[in-house]
Design a protein around this ligand. Structure first.
Ligand SMILES: [Fe+2]
Length: 201
């Protein structure tokens, strides 16, 4: 019997397949998609109210995934790695992620973790870095992204952003919330990021 988690994984995979990028195609091809499900209790977060405007902002390409997540938000296990001690309560109220697969997500995968990040409007996610290599694809446009010594640049939905291991990166949102798809590989997949500019960037 097909579950809502199968539906989530199908839409996640379909969206990756729609991205015209050799890097993303390579990542998707290396993922063993026949993953065992992991039984997880749902967990809600304060930021889930943003899912309605995220689904409204979505394009035809990103609508199937964003609307599905909005519709099934209460059946999913949402997580946070940071606490208010890191970036303040305003950040915590406007931040969360859903691990679709990985070492703690709805499907078991010890090689690669992937999911969806939510940031609310007018939020700064300051410089941070981690060992794992990371690919991000914004599902909503308008947020600004930076990495290494570079400045902030607005990234559109569907753009592919690659963060090499231990390179600093940061994001800041404007008037609209952000949802971004992420893929983590090649490091501890549940590691809390190191905050600040101590990395290679
Ligand atoms: Fe990151």
């Amino acid at each position: 019997m097909s579950t809502i988690f199968d539906g989530l994984l199908d839409r996640f995979r379909d969206y990756l397949a729609s991205i015209d990028s050799a890097m993303v195609a390579g990542e998707a091809a290396r993922i063993g998609w026949d993953m065992p499900a992991r039984s997880l209790e749902p967990r809600a977060l304060g930021c889930l109210g943003l899912l309605d405007s995220i689904a409204e902002l979505a394009s035809a390409d990103t609508k199937p995934l964003t609307q599905f997540v909005a519709d099934h938000r209460n059946e999913l296990r949402w997580g946070q790695t940071y606490t208010a001690a890191d970036f303040g309560q305003g950040f915590i109220d406007n931040y969360g992620w859903l691990e679709v697969f990985g070492t703690r997500g709805h499907f078991v995968n010890d090689e690669v973790a992937a999911g969806l990040l939510i940031l609310g409007p007018d939020i700064v996610y300051p410089d941070h870095h981690h060992i794992a290599e990371e690919v991000y694809i914004p599902l909503t446009g308008g947020a600004e992204w930076r990495m290494g010594e570079g400045g902030f640049h607005i990234r559109a939905a569907g753009e592919v952003i690659h963060h090499a291991s231990n390179v600093n990166h940061a994001m800041r949102t404007g008037k609209e919330p952000l949802m971004a798809l992420y893929i983590w590989r090649g490091g501890p997949l549940a590691q809390k990021s190191t905050i600040g500019s101590g990395g290679r960037g």
